[in-house]
Design a protein around this ligand. Structure first.
Ligand code: OFO
Length: 171
């Protein structure tokens, strides 16, 4: 059975994962309207993954005798100004999420909830990957500089395929 402090922290994380999904959905939609179909696809997939993360938290809270709270949708901020700034925001957001997951791990230790500490390890590993993926994309954008985004937009989905291959090697 979850204690109330852990339940509250997990429910706060439900909201953060839901917001991540909405944030990437808004970015995907922006990229799509700008004609960048590859970047939009990458972000749509990312948004779906975040929804799955939210779902994982909801199911776990309920499974452990807590009560998951489905949060209200918070509208992501203004439109993006350019692709590089957008991916800088992705990286910053993932670093924020990593810090939030780490806080939950620390709380689990303080509250001696070793079951949740063990369960949330999946997210600790996932965050390593999420930050690495955003960093890889930013490295590529830095290489392009102010150059043409056409090839990057065409190739970004192959990065997603490479991520899958990397994850398979790592597991
Ligand atoms: Fe849920 O990993 Fe990104 O935010």
């Amino acid at each position: 059975m979850l204690n109330k402090k852990i339940e509250k922290a997990l429910n706060e994380q439900v909201e953060k994962e839901g917001y991540s999904s909405a944030l990437y959905l808004a970015m995907a939609s922006w990229a799509e309207v700008k004609g960048m179909a590859g970047i939009a696809s990458w972000l749509y997939v990312q948004s779906d993954e975040e929804r799955l993360h939210m779902l994982k938290f909801i199911r776990y809270i309920n499974e452990r005798g807590g009560k998951a709270i489905v949060p209200a949708l918070r509208q992501p901020g203004k439109d993006q100004s350019n692709v590089k700034k957008m991916f800088e925001e992705v990286l910053k957001h993932e670093q924020f999420i990593s810090a939030s997951i780490n806080e939950i791990v620390a709380l689990c230790v303080a509250e001696r909830d070793y079951t949740t500490q063990h369960w949330i390890q999946w997210f600790v590993n996932e965050q390593i990957e999420e930050e690495a993926n955003a960093t890889k994309i930013l490295d590529k954008l830095n290489l392009i500089g102010d150059g043409n985004l056409y090839l990057f937009d065409r190739d970004i989905m192959s990065l997603r395929a490479a991520e899958g291959a990397d994850a398979a090697v790592a597991t």
